[in-house]
Design a protein around this ligand. Structure first.
Ligand code: FAD
Length: 475
């Protein structure tokens, strides 16, 4: 998706020199080939351009960049791991990219207080590992965890597969350090769970997609590390059956049910066909699958999981199931799930949605959306999968076999219209966890409360009066 709108004037040489002096010549990227990885993303859906990528190594450097940018009205696009799915991290109009990847220090781990203070560029998987090293859990987990960063996770308020038990990124952050558009540094880092001293400012920046300031560090909550993790891959007939299994699981496992993912057979087929070294965990084929996980501080997770599946079979909900026998089998189940986004690319054009509806409405949503999409584009292949436990479905639609990808993608807004219509009718959201970016920016005013949009604009104007922070995103 090429959203570049106009020619971009080059940065004046003396200004370029000033930016270069802040980060050092090595970390001011101007070569077009070196800039390329920062202006496109993995799925090749968004293409931007930029005259300059700055790679600061400290909060002080980020502050100096923002101060200089505001003095000269230079627009900035903050970027972490560049794994965002809505084009928020792409410089669509020649903005300067500020890559936070060099801010990669763990500043503090406080085991007794169960907190970890990380810089924004720490890769999520490293944060998870550092927590595990002190026998704690940092429970945010998503398919891109090997490359996405804590700053990006908080800026998008990422959800992922553990949100069912632990909540979304917002619920894992106790405090933030943020550089404002004018270069001031807001120190709202805090290890406190209880702090009622006025407005909760740090929360404004979580989910703001880099439009209000640049997150440079965060104090995150840590949790006890589960002693037992048990994972099952289940074959069933329908989303309604999966919903009933969810209900049984919640009743029997309560808080130890940490993931409950619904997968359509077509999503599984794509993963097996296009992923490397991915096998079908079950011998028989089923129209739908559930990948579920229990995590417990006691040794009872296996018994509970077996009891849930036995009850599901007795009730005629579960048609087949396998429990991972060891860690490598468990990882193989998750690999099948994690490859799902990437595996759609070789199937041609894919129109993406990341919606949520009340959990109980998921089966009706999928049925209605499938019928409406196929009526609109005969032969289109809906590929629904995602976090059923949170009512969050990645409702992607692959092009008809043999169709022209560009012609199919040209129908993106038509498909949005029918899908969003059903979502809104069911009291849902058009963006459950990926954010708005540019992908859903134009739809936002149509679906969000008018007063909420007004307040969002006022907050933006107050924190970024010159409009230099990730312009054109969200609003
Ligand atoms: P980027 O892509 O670099 O940036 C994302 C947004 O945050 C942009 O608007 C950018 O400007 C802003 N930003 C980045 N860093 C900062 C900062 N320090 N300060 C201010 N603004 C900043 N998302 C989910 O929620 N759940 C999932 O399950 C999930 N699964 C995924 C699976 C795959 C295979 C992929 C490719 C993506 C997935 N995502 C998922 C989306 C993506 O990984 C998340 O949005 C992630 O949080 C983005 O982190 P990032 O560091 O890559 O951010």
């Amino acid at each position: 998706m090429n959203i570049v709108q106009s020619a971009v004037p080059p940065l004046p040489p003396e200004l370029l020199e000033k930016f270069r002096a802040i980060v050092g010549a090595k970390y001011a990227v101007t070569d077009a080939a070196d800039i390329q990885p920062y202006v496109t993303e993995e799925r090749d859906l968004f293409h931007g351009r930029s005259p300059l990528v700055l790679r600061p190594g400290s909060t002080t450097e980020v502050a100096a960049i923002c101060k200089l940018a505001s003095e000269h009205r230079i627009a900035l696009v903050p970027q972490g791991g560049n794994t965002g799915l809505v084009g928020g991290q792409t410089p669509h109009n020649g903005e300067v990219v500020v890559s936070l990847r060099r801010l990669d220090k763990i500043r503090d781990i406080d085991v007794e207080s169960n907190t970890m203070t990380c810089e924004a560029g720490v890769v999520l998987q490293i944060a998870q590992q550092k927590a595990a090293d002190v026998d704690r859990l940092f429970p945010l987990s998503l398919g891109a965890e090997g490359s996405c960063t804590i700053g990006g996770n908080l800026s998008t308020n990422a959800g992922g597969t553990g949100a069912l038990a632990y909540g979304v990124a917002r619920e894992m952050a106790l405090g933030l350090e943020v550089v404002l558009a004018d270069g001031r540094v807001l120190n709202a880092l805090s290890k406190l769970k209880k702090d009622n001293t006025g407005y909760n400012l740090h929360n404004l920046f979580i989910g703001a997609e880099g439009t209000l300031g640049i997150i440079t560090a965060a104090t995150l909550k840590l949790f006890p590390r589960p002693r037992a993790v048990e994972t099952a891959y289940v074959g069933l007939k329908s989303p309604a059956a999966a919903l009933r299994l969810l209900s049984i699981s919640r009743n029997q496992a309560a808080g130890s049910l940490t993931s409950f993912e619904l997968l359509a057979d077509v999503a599984v087929d794509f993963s097996i066909r296009h992923g490397i070294d991915i096998r079908d965990p079950l011998e028989s084929k089923h129209p739908w699958y559930v990948l579920m996980e229990l995590s417990s501080s006691r040794d009872d997770a296996r018994d509970t999981l077996e009891a849930i599946l036995a009850q599901g079979m007795e009730d005629g909900i579960v048609d087949d199931a396998v429990i991972a026998a060891n860690l490598s089998q468990r990882q193989a189940f998750w690999k099948l799930r994690d490859e799902m986004s990437a595996a759609q690319k070789p199937e041609g054009g894919s129109i993406k949605h990341d919606i949520s509806v009340p959990v109980a409405a998921v089966p009706a949503f999928i049925a209605e959306a499938n019928a409406a999409v196929v009526k609109l584009i005969p032969g289109a292949r809906p590929v629904p999968f995602g976090h059923l436990g949170d009512g969050n479905i990645h409702y992607n639609v692959s092009q008809p076999v043999g169709a022209n990808a560009a012609d199919f993608l040209a129908r993106w807004h038509d498909v949005n219209a029918v899908v969003f219509d059903i979502v809104l009718r069911m009291g849902g959201s058009i963006s459950a966890e990926h954010g708005i970016g540019v992908l859903k920016r134009d739809e936002l005013p149509e679906v969000k409360d008018k007063v909420a949009i007004e307040l969002m604009r006022q907050v933006k104007a107050m924190l970024d009066p010159l409009g230099i922070m990730n312009p054109g995103k969200v609003l």
